[in-house]
Design a binder for this molecule. Structure first.
Ligand SMILES: [Zn+2]
Length: 253
């Protein structure tokens, strides 16, 4: 599942392969296919990750927005190297002189102007991203405190509050911070919020370091019915914001 750290990991590779390069872009999605002839020689201006979004900046203020959701992935191949996934799953293919970058199975691929993206109610106005150099904790707290009645476990999934947190991260951040996911934002003390921020930054960094290796920071995700690593009581699970949430009612208040 592509949460912020994995997106940033892919974006690093994508930058090496595409940024500043002249590419041929092949759109294989039905709604964008007709654009392919117009993308034969395009210089990629910039590649960035913000939260879970890839933003590939093209000339004329256009941005190719890609979101992997649950199933998408990237493949990077040297020219003429065989792919490890079928071409039917390719959504967009970037051909450079030396490499091919392919996005597979991504459900969201949009070509927008920078302004359209900025103003888009669903994809624009993203919250701060802990893995970006422009991350601002002040901005995070400001966005977090907008609606004190919301449950913290739900707010952490709101990309316009904090960009890059997905289901695994929100569960583990709240467990480490000892905050129950059902707590209302308005009930959090200053210390709670500082703990939340501290663990958020830590776990983003830890995931980033452990990509491709065993994730020893995941403690209670998918552990319903198993004992809590701190107190031995059983981990509970419930649905929140449409996702399965795990928590320990004895350790998280
Ligand atoms: Zn516990």
């Amino acid at each position: 599942m592509a949460e912020g750290p994995l997106v940033h990991h892919y974006a690093k590779r994508l930058k090496q392969v595409l940024q500043g390069k002249e590419v041929r872009i092949e759109f294989r999605l039905r709604n964008l296919k007709a654009l392919t002839p117009a993308f034969q020689e395009i210089r990629i201006q910039r590649v960035e990750a913000h939260g879970k979004q890839f933003r590939i900046h093209l000339p004329d203020e256009r941005v190719l927005l890609i979101h992997l959701m649950m199933w998408g992935s990237w493949g990077f191949y040297r020219k003429d190297e065989p792919w490890d996934k079928p071409i039917e799953r390719a959504r967009v293919i970037f051909h450079t002189n030396s490499h091919t970058a392919v996005v597979f199975s991504a459900p969201v691929v949009k070509l927008l102007t920078r302004l359209e993206l900025q103003n888009d109610p669903k994809w624009g106005n993203l919250g701060p991203d802990p893995l970006r150099s422009d991350f601002s904790s002040k901005e995070f707290f400001h966005r977090l405190e907008q609606d004190p009645s919301r449950e913290i476990g739900e707010v952490l999934l709101d990309q316009q509050v904090i960009a890059g947190v997905g289901n695994i991260l929100r569960i583990e951040i709240l467990f480490k911070s000892r905050i129950h996911p059902r707590r209302r934002v308005g009930s959090l003390s200053k210390k709670d919020k500082e703990e939340l921020l501290r663990w958020m930054l830590k776990l983003f960094e830890r995931w980033m370091k452990q990509i491709g290796r065993r994730s020893d920071w995941i403690q209670i995700y998918r552990s319903s019915g198993k004992p809590c690593p701190h107190c031995n009581h059983l981990i509970e699970f419930f649905r929140q914001a449409g996702r399965i949430t795990y928590a320990c009612r004895y350790c998280q208040h």
